[in-house]
Design a protein around this ligand. Structure first.
Ligand SMILES: Nc1ncnc2c1ncn2[C@@H]1O[C@H](COP(=O)(O)OP(=O)(O)OP(=O)(O)O)[C@@H](O)[C@H]1O
Length: 769
């Protein structure tokens, strides 16, 4: 070790000791708080034994608060403290509720007259939740609090009061390392009489170089200034975030959810919905919010799982997806919902009943007229049923002639009520109604579209003959009742049908017992609080299950939502504020204009705020440059984000021989040796099942993905198999290829087939400059 290194090491060790001492104090304080929380729970127990209603209510409130506090503290102990800022004196000397100075501008006298010396006036530590010392001094500031904003916002260009920004790495109770960035390198600042030390080369680079696993990590310790602006953007209206691959759109959207909850917990108790394109991306991102201390109020759902009971991960062929996603499906579904009334097994031609001993009959034309009258209304089909029933009874009553001899209105009403009851009780009437105006389910109507002739009728002048055939064929997976595997695009159709049909009346469920009804004795009283405690745990989960509307909706990869999916998502956020993140250059939807229109309709007249993220944190420059060749073809004129690092490792090109499987397997094996983390093998959708077989036995660090499944994911290394096959698979194929090429954090191997027209170096035609 040279003298310089030894000095560096000594500085590092000294700073670790400083941070360790602070972390020790924080833990000490946390332990005190846990004792307080446990004490509160104990206290609550005692109060319960008293059993008076007042004491009971107080105890419940305490149990609720204490149990929540305990679970937060316990879950957030890991990597609890991660940042620190050293600040100059603020302009006005006022302190906020977290004990920190509020001013963002530097006081006039904070910097010495020579312009190069200063004294650090305030040091703040930033962590996952805020902790106050016994004297209310801030030991840790919650990362979402206003006082923590300079930790993220400060840059050497616009440093504000920050002189040094430090990222602290810790595990459990041990500080493992610190990385500093100087925001005012021109200043020589002192803290408690000693010169401010600087350790390491900055935290961002350290974090970007780490190996990837199959779950996304939070970026709370290294959020960048342009990202922080999005995370803390005001909630109302719509926050739109654009930016190329790897700019942190998904990460930012998730941190924004945590921020919104922190900032207005009451409002967002109404739930935050995060809509993600694939189940793979859901499971990849699922851990981020719990790591930020937020669970329960945020539901992350794949777009194929937004409808209760539907769990779609099957993909339609691009041509079929294009039909099902288009808003042209809307009039087709409207007709199908009405047309499905005729689908009953054997719809009787006439209605025959016996009322008070007399035979009554309604002929086909009368029935058709009644149906037409009812269908003239706008209510959902299933909700029209009572009206249809009433009009049938009206017609039968008229036919019976029973009211003709009566003049007294009361008598007429009485006779009519008796008539209705008599007829309604009759099996013949009930059987007729069931067949003639059946209760329709969305699944059954969707399945009805599998009949090409019928669908041809419903789609006349809307879909072409070929489209009708493709649509009908794709739905043959379903049986008559609609049971069977759904595709992702079927789910939005189901949701639309649900609206068109309305909920069929549900059989009555017994009312859930209210615990207060059971307060009959002391024994019951004591179990009440215990139940409350249990309930609190299940509450969030239950709320989520029951919820169909949310207070905030976050749409990730918004460029991929089809018009029909936009309608489905919009229904879940009618009164919501929105965050919409996406990148048009990565859109797999063939008609961006149609999608933009649907998006405008979904977001309505809400005010919009737009942000653009400009730095690619995922791909090294070598990979980003290659991908930008495809971007130029896919979206001429669109700028690629700036890659923030370079690895010196160029992408590799291989040409597959006769045995594609062997070539891909060999490429994957080599990458597994070269990186510590994950390897993704991206193939055209048509090959995804096959590709899984190619990698059999290589372990769980490597996965095979269809091109559409790669959305939003990242791997240490990727193999992209036959760019031409991916690009040719759909009208949006070039954009899908751009997605595939931008998944790797370290290494990329491209395996070309003959269709790729590789040059002598194996570079496919589509990837050449
Ligand atoms: N400030 C940051 N600090 C550390 N890592 C970051 C930061 N911002 C983004 N990253 C990392 O960069 C990678 C890309 O982020 P993310 O997946 O959110 O990007 P994206 O814009 O959604 O990409 P895509 O459009 O390709 O899906 C992730 O590994 C993320 O953790």
């Amino acid at each position: 070790m040279g003298a310089q290194d030894a000095v560096q090491q000594a500085v590092r060790d000294r700073e670790l000791v400083v941070e360790q001492a602070h972390l020790d104090r924080v833990y000490h304080r946390l332990e005190e708080k846990i004792h307080e929380a446990e004490f509160l729970m104990d206290d609550a127990e005692k109060l319960a034994k008293v059993g008076t209603p007042g004491a009971l209510a107080e105890r419940d409130a305490q149990v609720f608060q204490a149990s929540g506090y305990l679970s937060r503290l316990n879950s957030e102990f890991e990597d609890f403290l991660f940042g620190r800022i050293d600040l100059l004196t603020g302009k006005d000397g006022k302190r906020g509720p977290d004990g920190a100075f509020t001013a963002t501008e530097v006081a006039d006298d904070a910097i010495g007259e020579d312009g190069s010396t200063a004294v650090i006036a305030e040091t703040l530590h930033i962590g996952r939740i805020g902790v106050l010392d016994t004297d209310y001094a801030p030991l840790v500031i919650d990362w979402r609090a206003p006082a923590a904003a300079p930790f993220y916002r400060s840059t050497p260009k616009d440093p504000g009061r920050v002189v040094r920004r430090r990222v602290i790495r810790s595990r459990g109770r041990r500080v493992l390392g610190v990385e500093d960035d100087l925001m005012r390198p021109e200043l020589s600042a002192t803290l408690d009489g000693t010169e401010l030390a600087v350790v390491g080369d900055g935290a961002l680079m350290a974090s970007l170089g780490r190996a990837r696993s199959h779950s996304m990590r939070d970026i709370v310790a290294s959020i960048q200034a342009e990202q922080d602006l999005v995370i803390r953007a005001p909630a109302p209206g719509v926050t739109e975030v654009g930016g190329g691959p790897g700019t942190g759109k998904t990460a930012v959207a998730l941190h924004r959810a945590a921020y919104l909850l922190y900032q207005d917990r009451r409002r967002y108790a109404g739930g935050i919905l995060v809509v993600s394109p694939t189940p793979l991306l859901v499971s990849y991102t699922e851990g981020v919010l719990p790591s930020l201390g937020e669970e329960g109020q945020v539901a992350i759902r794949a777009v194929g799982s937004l409808v209760d009971g539907a769990e779609a991960d099957t993909y339609d062929e691009p041509a079929v997806a294009r039909i099902k996603g288009s808003s042209r499906m809307l009039p087709v579904l409207r007709r199908a919902a009405r047309g499905a009334l005729e689908l009953g097994e054997a719809v009787p031609a006439r209605l025959r009943v016996v009322a008070f001993g007399a035979r009554l009959e309604l002929e086909a034309e009368e029935l058709a007229a009644i149906r037409q009258t009812v269908l003239g209304g706008t209510a959902p089909l299933n909700l029209m049923r009572p009206r249809a029933r009433r009009l049938l009874l009206d017609a039968l009553w008229a036919r019976s002639g029973r009211g003709r001899h009566l003049v007294d209105a009361e008598l007429i009403a009485e006779a009519r009520a008796a008539f209705d009851e008599d007829v309604s009780d009759e099996d013949a009437f009930q059987d007729f109604l069931r067949a003639w105006w059946p209760v329709l389910t969305p699944r059954a109507v969707l399945a009805a579209l599998a009949d090409e002739r019928r669908t041809g009728r419903w789609a006349r002048r809307i879909l072409g003959q070929r489209e009708v055939r493709q649509l009908a064929r794709s739905l043959r997976r379903l049986d008559r009742s609609g049971t069977g595997p759904l595709s992702v695009h079927d789910v939005a159709l189901l949701d639309e049908l649900h609206v068109l049909l309305g909920s069929p009346p549900e059989p009555r469920r017994p009312r859930e017992a209210d615990p207060l009804d059971q307060l009959t004795g002391l024994e019951e009283v004591t179990t009440y609080a215990d139940r409350m405690y249990e309930r609190r745990r299940d509450r969030a989960e239950r709320l989520e299950r029951e919820r169909t509307e949310y207070a905030h909706v976050i749409v990730d990869e918004a460029q991929d939502l089809t018009p029909m999916q936009w309608r489905m998502v919009a229904r879940r956020g009618v009164g919501a504020t929105w965050t919409v993140v996406g990148d048009p250059a990565q859109s797999s939807w063939s008609d961006p204009d149609e999608a933009a229109l649907a998006r405008d309709e979904a977001l309505g007249s809400r005010t919009r705020r737009r942000f653009e993220l400009t730095v690619n944190y995922r791909n090294p420059a070598e990979i980003a440059t290659l991908a930008s060749n495809v971007l130029r073809l896919a979206m001429p004129g669109m700028a690629a984000p700036r890659a923030v690092r370079s690895t010196g490792v160029e992408p590799e090109f291989r040409v597959a021989g006769d045995d594609l499987a062997a070539s891909v397997r060999a490429a994957a094996e080599r990458l597994l040796e070269q990186v510590d983390g994950t390897v993704g093998v991206v193939v055209a959708m048509a090959r995804r099942e096959e590709a899984r077989g190619w990698l059999a036995g290589l372990g769980d660090r490597v996965v095979a993905l269809g091109s559409l499944e790669a959305k939003g994911l990242e791997y240490d290394a990727t193999v992209v198999v036959s760019p031409a096959a991916i690009a040719d698979e759909s009208p949006a194929g070039l954009r899908v290829l751009y997605v595939a090429l931008t998944r790797a954090t370290q290494r990329l191997t491209v395996v070309a087939c003959a269709a790729d027209q590789p040059d002598a170096a194996g570079v496919p035609d589509l990837l050449r400059e």
